[in-house]
Design a protein around this ligand. Sequence first.
Ligand code: ZN
Length: 99
Amino acid sequence: MSYGERELDIRIAEDRLAERLDDGRMHILRADVPLRDMVPLAESDLKYTIVLFAKCAACGTTWFYGLCIRGRPAYKPVEAGAEERWPWSSVPERERWAR
Ligand SMILES: [Zn+2]
């Protein structure tokens, strides 16, 4: 499945998350790159998974948002502290994928 076919799913999840981050309902705990840079990086095929962990200000729930070269985007609640256990890997230099 190409990124084009998944564009809708991703845009919906991304917009929902962006709205919550912008209005302060959620804040980022840790992320590979800023939210709006995730799709360009995924499309570059330079990094297999691109993830972002955010926390809900109201209830403290940790949310995981992840894009993968293959497979569907994931947007789901996870255990507190999941961002500390994630196997973070380096991000390719921005000039190679940013648009
Ligand atoms: Zn909440």
